[in-house]
Design a protein around this ligand. Structure first.
Ligand SMILES: Nc1ncnc2c1ncn2[C@@H]1O[C@H](COP(=O)(O)OP(=O)(O)OP(=O)(O)O)[C@@H](O)[C@H]1O
Ligand SMILES: [Mg+2]
Length: 260
């Protein structure tokens, strides 16, 4: 395997769910690649298989057809090299404090233990500006703060790939904007590889350097676009509206009432 191989390679991935009543084809021969430090966004309408694809990259689902490789090796299960942040703001353990939640991820995965785990957890908590709340319990935090803890927990693991499934969808517009900016700031500091799922065109352009546009159910790749704004996160960038229109047109071909 040459050094030019992509970090993540999704090749011809079809995923089906078998239920007792029927066979649901969630994605159909999906292919895309992500290189180290990419911010790759999976964008498409509800039900097109975005979460399904993310779960397969996480190793929680096995493709019915096709293959997903990480550094040339087939993904066959979950691992600490890929950490997921979910849409729900209640993904923390309610009986543990912020610090304990983050440290627990490190100890449970064998990444660190004891004092070491606490120290590493505190560093991650500081990066999301929650050090004053290290001893607070999740129920005392706002939705945005809880998502920050989930992001801290993920970053503390120093994964090869960060997987985010609509992590800001449950937040109000202002908090969402703030979290998007913080995420980009975190990325510019540690340049992790990000795979981010959203159905918001604007969020995709703001956060992604590459966007995979998926068709409605079953999800197929319609187009892969390079964003390459010199100033990511800038809503007033000259190319922003142009990209937004292009994406809209591509997605609108099939979805008459695509909601942003
Ligand atoms: N556990 C499951 N069993 C059966 N079918 C499933 C299961 N999970 C998802 N599906 C089906 O697979 C398809 C893709 O679902 P998925 O959740 O991946 O879509 P999505 O793009 O993440 O949608 P949303 O934007 O609403 O979160 C849908 O038709 C859904 O009904
Ligand atoms: Mg989903």
């Amino acid at each position: 395997m040459g050094s030019a191989a992509p970090l993540l390679d999704v090749q011809g991935v079809t995923i089906q769910y078998k239920t007792s009543a029927q066979l649901v084809t969630a994605t159909w021969r999906v292919g895309f690649q992500a290189d180290r430090s990419d911010r790759l966004v999976l964008l498409g309408p509800s039900g097109c298989g975005k979460s399904t694809l993310l779960k397969a990259i996480g190793g929680y689902l096995t493709p019915t057809e096709g293959e997903i490789t990480l550094s040339g090796r087939t993904i066959s299960g979950p691992g600490p090299d890929r950490v997921m942040v979910f849409q729900e703001t209640d993904q923390l353990l309610p009986w543990k404090t912020v610090l304990q939640n983050v440290a627990f991820a490190l100890t449970a995965s064998g990444r660190a233990s004891g004092q070491n785990a606490d120290e590493q957890a505190m560093i991650a908590i500081r990066t999301v500006k929650l050090e004053k709340f290290a001893d607070s319990y999740p129920h005392t935090l706002s939705g945005g703060m809880k998502q920050r803890v989930a992001i801290a927990r993920c970053l503390a693991m120093q994964p090869e790939i960060v997987l985010m499934d609509e992590p800001f969808a449950a937040l109000d517009a202002l908090t969402r904007q703030q979290m998007q900016e913080e995420l980009l700031e975190l990325w510019s500091r540690s340049q992790f590889t990000l795979i981010f799922v959203t159905h918001s065109i604007e969020e995709a352009i703001l956060l992604g350097n590459r966007i995979v546009l998926l068709s409605p159910h079953p999800g197929q790749v319609k187009e892969i676009m390079d964003v390459n704004l010199d100033d990511p996160g800038n809503r007033f960038h000259g190319r922003f509206d142009e990209l937004r229109d292009t994406i809209h047109r591509v997605l609108f071909k099939d979805v008459g009432d695509y909601v942003i």
